[in-house]
Design a protein around this ligand. Structure first.
Ligand code: AN7
Length: 353
């Protein structure tokens, strides 16, 4: 039974006797060992952390459950966030579960269909902004400063607290921290959360080393790599189409303290990794999630030696979030036939026995 992150990791979370014990079953996501890609990359210990297995299909639920619990504890009457999609889906779900109204601001025309469908179904108040994510987040910060509405973007520290539990799970499953952690970077809250989680587990004596934090932005939305905000970020990976990350400095700190990198991958590299994850590993992720795998492939090609190293790629969201892209970008298109044996056999699917 899924006990949820609030209960499972209460000793590491800002949980008090007054904190409501909410859960939609978030956390305890699978850490799956690569069957094919790892061999090709000369990495015999490659793992994927399937965060798309959370209740709303992305890692956001880990932080959202903590943010909602603390909001309820503080007698909040409503929550608000800006989102490229997954945060809005998660806030909408916990809003429904807790009977706490969720208001979500999304960049018009830039949110994948599955995520929009979720926010609408869970019954959030959805505000479509004529502008990108960065503009929407700025608005949300100003609004929640002025009005009695709880901000539930990852600038709310309770979100980071919840998200760090994914690092705990990686260590719990492997018995030690990995050597490398590959992760997509958008607003940069997640890389900060993982780094915090790994450090806390080590400080508690539950692990003995720290991973190198390997963050990847999309080339057209790579402010941290470029060293300057991007005013009009562009990438096929709409979840990480972010030009001015809120946790920018935290991401640099995680990189520098861990001896890691923050690098970028092109849309072609993201798409290749996205297709490869589904067709070679049986893991259907969203394009933003494939940025972690694309980064691993890129660095391997550049000569990074992974032999004997334990590598974890964070697969942040489920492929069903963006069905339009899946259908239009697939190499394997359906074959149409008349409903006859003759027509079926004419395709040459198998030799007779
Ligand atoms: C699948 O939902 O920013 O670096 O508003 O949905 O912590 O921002 C989503 C981000 C990676 C990047 N993978 O994480 C939002 C939002 C997926 C995501 C990221 C996001 P951060």
């Amino acid at each position: 039974m899924g006990v949820g992150v609030l209960r499972r990791y209460k000793d590491f979370l800002p949980v008090t006797d007054a904190t409501p014990q909410l859960t939609l079953g978030e956390g305890e996501t699978p850490l799956v060992r690569s069957n094919r890609l790892g061999k090709e990359l000369g990495c015999d210990q490659l793992y994927f952390k399937l965060e798309g297995c959370n209740p709303t299909g992305s890692f956001k639920d880990r932080g959202m459950v903590v943010a909602f619990a603390k909001a309820l504890e503080a007698n909040s009457r409503a929550v608000m966030c800006a989102s490229t999609g997954n945060t809005s889906a998660s806030a909408a779900a916990y809003g429904a579960y807790c009977d706490l109204p969720a208001i979500v601001l999304i960049p018009k025309g830039e949110v994948a269909m599955g995520k929009l469908a979720q926010a609408m179904s869970y019954g959030a108040t959805i505000i479509m902004v004529n502008g990108n994510f960065d503009v929407a987040l700025e608005l949300v910060r100003d609004f929640t400063f002025k009005h009695e509405v709880t901000l539930v973007n990852s600038v709310n520290p309770d979100r980071i607290e919840g998200q760090k539990t994914a690092a705990f799970e990686v260590v719990d499953d492997l018995g030690e921290a990995p050597d490398f952690l590959f992760i997509p970077v958008g607003n940069a809250g997640n890389i900060v959360a993982y780094w915090k989680g790994f450090k806390e587990y080590k400080a508690a004596g539950l692990s003995h080393k720290l991973p190198r934090m390997m963050g990847f932005q999309a080339e057209g939305a790579a402010p941290i790599v470029n060293g300057a905000p991007v005013s009009n970020p562009q990438t096929i990976a709409s979840a990480i189409r972010i030009g001015n990350p809120a946790s920018w400095q935290g991401a640099l700190d995680a990189r520098d303290a861990s001896g890691g990198v923050i690098d970028s991958v092109s849309d072609d590299e993201i798409l290749d990794a996205y297709r490869l994850m589904a067709s070679k590993e049986g893991i259907f992720c969203e394009p933003a999630s494939a940025a972690s795998v694309a980064g691993l492939i890129k660095l391997r090609k550049a000569g990074l030696d992974l032999a004997g190293r334990r590598v974890v790629c964070i697969i942040t969201g489920n492929g069903l979030k963006d069905p339009d892209l899946a259908v239009t970008s697939a190499v394997n298109q359906p074959i149409e036939v008349e409903p006859t044996m003759e027509a079926l056999e004419s395709i040459g699917l198998a030799k007779p026995p």
